[in-house]
Design a protein around this ligand. Structure first.
Ligand code: HEC
Length: 147
């Protein structure tokens, strides 16, 4: 078989596989659950940073861009959103007493650079926080924990 034909067949096969996996139902639910209760933010600036860097996986205000609707990316995004909300959901915050405790745990995650996840920062420039923004975020969340 000529190299060109083989290349064409490979591309066609790849395209067919990509098309076929779109049938899988997992990852096709892009509706967000209702908003229940947010933490009592110390300022709108703190909320704005968290919204930029964390809300897509840790709130019920997830924005689902077009590529998040195409398998296999849709499967990864669905998994991140489900796991993320389970750990921490800024739209479904527990009341008062435990806020401080939860925020302290959260601060550890940010300061070690684990959140937001690396792959997310790659495709979301707005979630790449500068050192100054990171300091602002940490101060803001600490203040939120005191309220
Ligand atoms: C791309 C999705 C995504 C984004 C954006 C994201 N997270 Fe997460 N987060 C996850 C997932 C998935 C988990 C659960 C699995 C894990 O711990 O890695 C998680 C877990 C956590 C946990 C619990 C960790 C633990 O082990 O107890 C904290 C705290 C957290 N994230 C904070 C944040 C903060 C703060 C931001 C924003 C600065 C953020 N995350 C942004 C996906 C995300």
């Amino acid at each position: 078989m000529a190299t060109k034909t083989r290349l064409l067949l490979t591309v066609a096969a790849g395209f067919f596989v990509l098309l076929t996996i779109q049938i899988v139902p997992y990852g096709r639910n892009w509706t967000n659950p209702p908003l229940i209760r947010e933490p009592s933010w110390d300022s709108t600036a703190t909320r704005a940073i968290v919204k930029r860097a964390c809300f897509d996986c840790h709130s019920n205000e997830t924005i689902w861009p077009w590529y998040s609707r195409i398998a296999p990316v849709s499967w990864l995004v669905r998994h991140d959103v489900d796991e993320g909300r389970k750990e921490l959901n800024f739209s479904d915050w527990q009341n008062g007493a435990r806020d401080g405790e939860r925020i302290n745990k959260l601060l550890k995650e940010i300061t070690t650079g684990e959140m937001p996840p690396f792959a997310f920062r790659l495709v979301h420039p707005e979630a790449r926080l500068s050192d100054a923004e990171l300091r602002q975020l940490i101060a803001g969340l600490s203040a939120t924990a005191q309220r």
